[in-house]
Design a binder for this molecule. Sequence first.
Ligand SMILES: Cc1ncc(C[n+]2csc(CCOP(=O)(O)OP(=O)(O)O)c2C)c(N)n1
Length: 724
Amino acid sequence: MFLQTKFVGQRRFSLEGAEALIPLLDAVLTAAAGEHLHESVIGMAHRGRLNVLANIVGKSYAQIFAEFEGNLDPATTHGSGDVKYHLGAEGKYHGADGSEIVTSLVANPSHLEAVDPVTEGVVRAKQDVLDMGEPGFTVLPVLIHGDAAFAGQGVVAETLELSQLRGYRTGGTVHIVVNNQVGFTTSPAESRSSVYSTDVARMIQAPIFHVNGDDPEAVVRVGRLAFAYRQAFAKDVVIDMVCYRRRGHNETDNPSFTQPIMYDLIDAKRSTRKLYTEALIGRGDITMEEAEQALREYQLELERAFTETKDAISRPAEPGALRAPQLAVHAPVLQAALPTAISTETIKRIVDTQVSLPDGFTVHPRLWPQLQRRAAMVEQDEIDWGTGELLAFGSVLIDGHAVRLIGQDSRRGTFGQRHAVLVDRNTGAEYTPLKAFNSPAAKFHVYDSLLSEYAAVGFEYGYSVARPDALVCWEAQFGDFVNGAQTVLDEFISSGEQKWGQRSGVVLLLPHGYEGQGPDHSSARVERFLSLCAQDNMSVAIPSTPASYFHLLRWQALSGRIKPLIVFTPKSLLRLKAAVSTTADFSTGSFAPVLPDPAGSDPAAIRRIVISSGKIFYDLAERRRATGATNTALLRIERLYPLPAEQVAAEVAKYPADADVTWVQEEPANMGGWPYMALHLPDVVGRRVTVVSRPASSAPASGSAKAHAAAQAAIMDALFGGIG
Ligand SMILES: Cc1ncc(C[n+]2csc(CCOP(=O)(O)OP(=O)(O)O)c2C)c(N)n1
């Protein structure tokens, strides 16, 4: 209300009509402090966010006014910044009884409910650190929703579905629906088919309390009950606070155009505060003078803060984002090579876990040879992709960093390449070899996830924000399906640091490659990720060998560069004979963003420099061998962003200055790396760059295996001619 008079016409998404949210949060957080919980993390949208920041998280009125004045402190907004009702904050809630609890509000985008899984991930990460992986659930998640969004957004159902799963549970979330009975201008009859907006929560049998928002004492009672339920059963609980919205969707809207009768009623209605004050006076709990005095004092305090803000030229920074815990990390390393090799003893130690199973454990007879082969690979100097990954995870654990890997069927691996968890053939008991390297602070967490991308990726983003010391990997079943999480990619992963200064080192593992499996099992949309890259916001890589993947993962864990890493991972290369690395590739060297031509033909004879990324290199190398061509050099770019311009230029400079440069990719010309390379490569190599690819296409790949083979052959023919 105060803001309404001072900042006329500014949007603030007021809580008027739903004021009881504040005593409700007070009841929940005071109870949480009473139970000695460590912390509470709140995720919410626009409605009442400023009130929550001021009254619950302890953001100063002066700071809020300063932001309304447009005095956004560059230290809090980092780069492009965001509108004031999206910023996160960290503070402490001080209850009236003197109790206190650390409380943070997670930064969120406009996309309603997108912050739900992110908040859960943040909470789980904090719990994993505090509780050392045992379920103590000492951090409380609170999610505040709008009624229309709770009913309409599918990610709500996905997030509820996470709540009891081993890999995701947080010991129960207190959900509060601020049910003001209208969504923007849309009435419930148009916005849901369910009776209540909260009906979606019935699927997890959560208790749902419907409570009258105009009865603050009932609201508080329900808040205490809900928290007690969470503590007793470690399950989600929902409070449906039925209230109203005194103003339009925001303060510039006129709601009577669309809900005239409702707004006649609301206009005639006395506010919750007035009704409650009258009730207290009527009951003799306070006098009229005391009530007026309290209101006057509060308004004076606001006026004082407002005047100070007007006077102040700048304000000291307050955290605009959920801060990562203080960490002893190295200075960020980007271009410089970070030593990521491990000793041959460590290699042996890690590989030995595959065949040193507990007494009495019966591994599946078909799997046993596969595990034995891993040990033999080191001897034979032919380490495959699955083993390379094992070496990365094992050595990162040995180096003292937790590893969390989660995705659909990630424990076995979609392509049967991982077997991170072994299942006893006779008893069904589980054994996770890499847990041999667990320490209290650095554990190996590997889970199969629910069949979700949106909530699943959101959760890992949140987890990684709160745990930058850990290697946090989300794996897609096939990379194609990551587009179900596009909101998280656009709003959090690629832009969270720029908007809110919120850093994440999350790793996305996205199986990608054209192998004739049709339009939905081929492309993780390299082009889309590259279009999101700017200002060094993340890394995008397509490692082409097990050792390259190994060094990349270790680089991500050890470099101190806390940026998301997108990895396009292989399918057929998992078993391709040519795509193995030697033991020395792991015990020496580091991640190389550009791989030189391994053939070592005479540089002076080169007429064409072919640059590619990922699996197509093996097809190119094979066709070059088959045709006996000696005039073509094959370079690989292992990390597309940040583009290793100097290294690419240095490799190209080894060949004649008039040699042609061609970018080759499996993807259609409007997809893959080309749209990005077409913009940047000519400058890097100092000459025109042509492309050989599938023709531009609306669908990413053909549905026919025959058409696939023909298109792949056409790419090779275009470069090398027919085999003859
Ligand atoms: C995913 C998404 N779609 C659409 C919008 C635009 N939008 C902003 S607020 C709003 C209505 C929200 O209604 P409700 O959830 O009941 O919350 P309220 O504003 O009433 O508190 C809409 C449709 C959005 N922000 N996010």
